[in-house]
Design a binder for this molecule. Structure first.
Ligand code: ZN
Length: 73
């Protein structure tokens, strides 16, 4: 079985903080992946990140909801 690694690939530390919301600093909305709702409204799915609190490396970046109608050009 594959065990999920919670270690930082950069410094080897295990002080990983999970599920940190990725925001813009100026409170001007979120950065995220665009997808269209059924009403064809563009919606932004926010990013979440796991960060090593020892060295600051982002070990993972992801959205929590999958299977959206991702908006691509
Ligand atoms: Zn680290």
């Amino acid at each position: 079985m594959e065990e999920k690694s919670r270690k930082c690939p950069y410094c080897g530390g295990s002080n990983i903080v999970e599920g940190v919301r990725v925001d813009q600093t100026a409170d001007a909305g979120r950065i995220g992946l665009a997808h269209k709702t059924r009403l064809l409204v563009i919606f932004t799915e926010p990013f979440y990140a796991d960060v090593c609190d020892d060295c600051g490396t982002i070990t993972r970046i992801y959205v929590k909801e999958t299977g959206k109608n991702w908006y691509r050009k």
